[in-house]
Design a protein around this ligand. Structure first.
Ligand code: PA5
Length: 442
């Protein structure tokens, strides 16, 4: 279903780049399979495409149908792992211009993913005169950004529909047992969906966290899960032919040889937020104990006219992982111009996707010649099944990669540092001493 081409990476690597890692990969595979490695309690995503809660899945589909029929807008409130996956899939399978181009169903707005007053005011302005619903997503139920946003949009909804009317338009995705959002959802009687205990935020796109907003966008979530299930089955097979093993081994080998940055390259504007999701997945999984490739992303060909210079000739610290879709959805033919003032008649009659393909091939070789190893992942099409495959491929390869690096792939202790400082500076009870200490430094 998905192909990985390592041929423009292997010239940069010693001959045994894969064979020397097969034992470590087998050990990583067992840790993921059995949940027996560091952070093993958070490997619930490994079998999720097969073991997901089918009753809840049907409720997600029913809720999405309801939202699609009674709402002109849906406000999806969440941050990090409770945000990026949904946005990535909605944009990749539809468009970054979703709200201008979708047919049927609600406009989708993302909120609570930052603390910008201006961004908040913009979404309020865009939804206040529409029939809207809210999907608030927070596993912990206590994250400041979504909690503040939810307070604001809940008040707006209650003002518009009354408490009872608002109650029927709020969908809460959170922990099954604990947290402030869980308490509120129980008390108010919102429809609830669960973030499973064993699935951390960045691995949660195929739970209700991602699936409800994605279904509201009209995506076939059964096909998405089917693609992920196929990937799960294919990638569980141990061995040197396994593309997730190859990807994890290649990036680990390049890292040990001194590469510091991995750039995810997409050629579709709709791929941009998939890059954001991927950056969180790898950055939060691997970036600890002073280790790991820094995950970056670019959109070609646009960024070839900006970042392309650095990639070609700047410090030789990066590798590229290109994700391409074998087929475009539509076709655009370049017209013939009798005057040919722009000299482009050599392209007349050609499809734009042919031009894009040659740009991709030329860029790949130029970058390889410039000392940038390239890995190429090819998905058959920009459809739900392929994207399900792609999501699982990166999740699985990321889990393997974390164990190759000998870190805990499933915690994120570094995220707490800014939160504690912010709480102290905001005057949260219990942080008084820290507040004084921080204020003195600022
Ligand atoms: O991956 C993670 O754990 C984080 O990005 C979280 O998803 C993010 O901080 C949001 O957390 P929560 O869902 O608890 O609000």
């Amino acid at each position: 279903m998905l192909e990985l081409n390592t041929s423009n990476c292997t010239p940069f690597l010693p001959e045994d780049w894969l064979t020397s890692r097969l034992d470590a990969l087998e050990s990583a595979r067992v840790k993921l399979e059995e949940g027996s490695g560091l952070g093993g309690a958070y490997t619930g995503w490994v079998h999720l495409p097969r073991d997901y809660d089918k009753e809840e899945f049907a409720r997600i589909q029913a809720a999405a149908e309801r939202i699609r029929s009674d709402s002109q807008a849906l406000v999806v409130i969440g941050i990090g792992g409770s945000y990026l996956g949904a946005r990535a899939v909605v944009e990749l399978l539809h468009s970054p211009n979703f709200n201008l181009t979708h047919k049927g169903g609600p406009d989708i707005y993302f909120a609570g993913n930052g603390l910008s007053s201006d961004a908040m005011l913009e979404v309020i302005e865009l939804v206040k005169d529409k029939d809207f619903s809210i999907n608030v997503i927070s596993k912990s139920g206590t994250t400041t950004e979504p909690a503040v946003a939810f307070r604001i949009f809940k008040a707006l909804l209650e003002e518009k529909y009354g408490k009872e009317g608002a109650r029927r338009r709020i969908y809460a995705t959170t922990d099954a047992h604990k947290g402030a959002l869980k308490g509120l959802a129980d008390a108010e009687g919102y429809e609830e969906f669960v973030v499973p205990d064993a699935v951390g935020g960045r691995y949660s796109v195929l739970t209700a966290v991602g699936l409800l907003p994605i279904a509201c966008a009209g995506v076939d979530i059964a096909a998405l899960m089917e693609g992920a299930a196929q990937a799960m089955e294919a990638l569980a097979a141990p061995g040197a032919d396994n593309p997730a093993w190859q990807y994890a081994a290649a990036r680990h080998a390049l890292y040990t040889q001194g590469k510091k940055v991995e750039i995810l390259v997409g050629y579709e504007p709709s791929f941009r937020f998939f890059g954001e999701w991927w950056k969180q997945l790898f950055g939060e999984t691997e970036g600890k104990d002073g280790k790991a490739l820094f995950p970056a992303s670019v959109e070609f060909t646009a960024d070839l006219h900006s970042m392309g210079q650095y990639i070609q000739q700047g410090e030789r610290l990066m590798l590229e992982t290109v994700v391409r879709f074998a087929r475009s959805r539509g076709s655009v033919t370049i017209p013939h111009d009798p005057d040919n003032v722009d000299g482009l008649n050599f392209l007349a009659g050609k499809d734009l996707s042919f031009v894009a393909e040659q740009a991709m091939r030329g860029t790949l070789l130029a970058h390889v010649d410039g000392g940038v190893p390239n890995l190429v992942v090819t998905a058959p099409a920009r459809d739900a099944q392929s994207v399900g495959w792609l999501i699982y491929f990166f999740e699985y390869a990321c889990g393997l990669s974390g164990y190759l690096l000998e870190i805990n792939p499933f915690d994120q202790p570094g995220v707490e540092a800014y939160k504690n400082n912010m709480y102290a500076l905001l005057g949260k009870p219990g942080y008084e001493d820290r507040k004084a200490e921080l204020e003195a430094r600022l």
